[in-house]
Write a protein that binds this ligand. Structure first.
Ligand code: KG4
Ligand code: ZN
Length: 363
């Protein structure tokens, strides 16, 4: 089962992602986002996301197949995210994947979204595409997965829906969740603080933009659940809701006093607090488990300061840092296809059609 041709379907949140890979080679990666439809609500509305997946699913599959230059009949398997994520959104992808698998008579692999983020790092982009680098790639260190992913590795996954720290001993058989957010996801915190500052949704890029002119040391915001000394509960867990409240209180106090709010300083100081706590825990996880490798994934990886501090701290600690291209960091189908291909190459049996969407699927 060398280099299987796999179509991956991702619909756990607001991106309808269809990706096609051959082994570890990326052939196409089509992403349709319903982000714009959620903007007026300041966050992803599950029903709106599910409906958008329904509308985008078939056109996205058609586009990905055309872009890859393959026929559906050539596929070796279908892979699909069956959790964790929004239940209604997941169900659309799971339903589409099952229908495709049955209609084509192909095996199906149900995969975990978080593990899929790690799988993104395995993909290499054919040279023709690499010559046209990702237009949306942010400034800062861009580190490609040109060399194979080595095990074990620590993975820090940060997006609007999750904030998780994983110990990956083997992608297809041994992934351990070390910690996760106990309240808001990191991206969600960016979105909520942006709202407090009167900036539009999604807030992450906005905060990044205004923070450029701010002083990150202007205000010392709290680092939630800052690293306990022992291996206690919550050592690798995150909490961002206290930070969000602290920023809101600080801003309100200025407004009540009739003072101008120094938006750039607030944004820079908030961003610094998030980046500090994320990387303190990620680097501690590397130390504690004697793993000199850190992989970053998720949409928040677009954050310029996060990339910068990640580079500084991993360099200082002798940890090899890996950041896949941004188009593979945000939610996408290619990472799901990549994980499916790994399962096939490792000889794993396909999933039986009985599986369903599981919004709280563990790794
Ligand atoms: O992975 P992603 O595209 O999908 C979802 O989680 O739905 O992540 C989107 C999240 C949003 O919360 C957005 O505000 C955040 O990633 N984000 C950022 C930046 N760009 C996007 N957060 C901080 N800094 C950024 N530059
Ligand atoms: Zn994700």
């Amino acid at each position: 089962r060398d280099n299987p041709l796999v179509l991956g379907i991702e619909s756990s949140c607001d991106e309808t992602g269809i990706g096609i890979v051959r082994g570890t080679t990326l052939l196409s990666n089509t992403i349709a986002s319903s982000m714009d439809q959620h903007a007026r609500y300041g966050g992803v509305v599950p029903e709106v996301a599910a409906r958008a997946h329904l509308e985008e699913m078939i056109p996205s599959i058609e586009a990905a197949v055309a872009e890859a230059g393959i026929r559906l009949a050539d596929l070796d398997a279908i892979a699909v995210t069956n959790g964790p994520g929004l239940a209604g959104a997941l169900m659309v992808g799971v339903g589409a994947a099952k229908a495709l698998a049955v209609a084509l008579g192909k095996p199906i692999y149900a995969v975990n979204h978080l593990v899929g983020h790690v799988g993104a790092d395995l993909l290499h982009v054919p040279a023709a595409d690499a010559a046209h680098p990702d237009q949306s790639a942010p400034a800062g260190p861009a580190l490609a997965g040109s060399e194979p992913l080595e095990y074990p590795t620590i993975a820090l996954l940060v997006s609007g829906g999750h904030t998780s720290l994983l110990l990956v001993r083997d992608l297809v058989s041994d992934v351990e969740l070390l910690g996760e957010t106990i309240d808001d996801a990191a991206g969600e915190a960016f979105d909520k603080v942006a709202r407090v500052l009167g900036l539009p949704y999604p807030g992450g890029p906005q905060i990044d933009r205004v923070a450029v002119d701010g002083n990150p040391k202007a205000i010392r915001f709290p680092r939630g659940l800052s690293l306990p000394k022992d291996m206690a509960k919550h050592r690798y867990d995150f909490s961002f809701s206290g930070l969000k409240t602290a920023v809101a209180r600080w801003v309100e106090a200025r407004q009540d006093a009739g003072e101008e709010v120094p938006i750039a300083d607030v944004a820079a100081s908030f961003r610094e607090a998030v980046v500090d706590v994320l990387l303190t825990k990620a680097v501690a996880a590397c130390h504690d488990h004697d793993v000199p490798r850190l992989l970053l994934g998720g949409g928040v990886i677009a954050n310029a300061r996060l990339r910068e501090v990640a580079k500084q701290r991993t360099d200082a600690a002798g940890i090899a840092l890996r950041i896949p291209p941004l188009s593979l960091c945000t939610d996408n189908g290619a990472m799901i296809a990549a994980l499916g291909a790994q399962l096939i190459m490792a000889g794993h049996a396909p999933s039986s059609l009985e599986f369903g969407a599981d919004s709280t699927l563990p790794v």
